[in-house]
Design a protein around this ligand. Structure first.
Ligand SMILES: [Fe+2]
Ligand SMILES: [Fe+2]
Length: 238
């Protein structure tokens, strides 16, 4: 990793063999996640009341957050190459979910602790998948992908899954945590009630209710500026 932590010192294309293996790996894992979402849909249909609306698809989430990583990096003036490294690494972040049981993801009420614990294991399960398939490769991209995968649910104050604080988290991880959190708050889920999930509404909630205890606020403001610009040009959620 370079001094500032951003993946700005390599291009996967310079090592075509590795680039190809990474591409094949991520494509296969994305397909597995899509298949898992379809099984979830069936499980929800068979087990939950018809009023339960399944809105949070892991496959779609992965593409949204990968996109947000890339756009924030470009907004901050990073190169296309750096932004692409971040995109690809983020795309893989939740692949471990496809190894977990179907019934833990969709719940009418907020999930209980046992279920939360199982859900949380998706980060380490994902690392196992990488080690199994790509473990022989020594390349900074693999290290980046594992870093984001393991740590994307951490918080600046150490209140996340693994209890790591901000100074133990790399810049890409700190951005991944913001992007992850934003997406989680932006897709309406069953227990949300009538909470404001517009882009400005979610950014306000993150800034005012969560703030520096949870996020790297310098990165957050770059991300927020990118999202606000996006919301104006697309008229997205406004
Ligand atoms: Fe995750
Ligand atoms: Fe995620």
């Amino acid at each position: 990793m370079s001094k500032n932590g951003w993946p700005d010192h390599y291009n996967l294309r310079d090592t075509p063999d590795i680039a190809e293996r990474v591409k094949v790996f991520i494509d296969a894992q994305m397909m597995a996640l899509k298949a898992f979402d379809q099984k979830r849909r069936q499980w929800v249909h068979d087990n939950l009341p018809p009023t339960y609306e399944m809105t949070y698809f892991f496959h779609d989430h992965a593409y949204r957050v990968a996109d947000d990583m890339k756009k924030t990096a470009l907004h901050m003036g990073m190169s296309e190459q750096t932004a692409d490294n971040l995109y690809l690494a983020m795309l893989a972040h939740d692949i471990g979910k496809s190894l977990l049981p179907l019934h833990i993801w969709d719940t009418v009420e907020k999930p209980e602790n046992e279920i939360k614990k199982l859900r949380r294991s998706h980060t380490e399960l994902g690392i196992n998948i990488i080690d199994e398939v790509l473990g022989d490769i020594d390349h900074p991209f693999i290290a980046l992908m594992k870093d984001i995968m393991l740590n994307h649910h951490e918080q600046m104050d150490g209140g996340g899954y693994l209890g790591k604080a901000g100074d133990q988290l790399s810049a890409p991880v700190r951005l991944a945590c913001i992007v992850e959190s934003f997406d989680g708050y932006s897709i309406r889920r069953h227990h949300f009630g009538d909470r404001d999930i517009s882009i400005p509404g979610v950014l306000k909630r993150m800034r005012e209710e969560k703030g520096a205890a949870i996020y790297d606020m310098e990165l957050f403001e770059h991300f927020a500026a990118m999202k606000m610009e996006e919301s104006k040009t697309t008229n997205g959620h406004e």
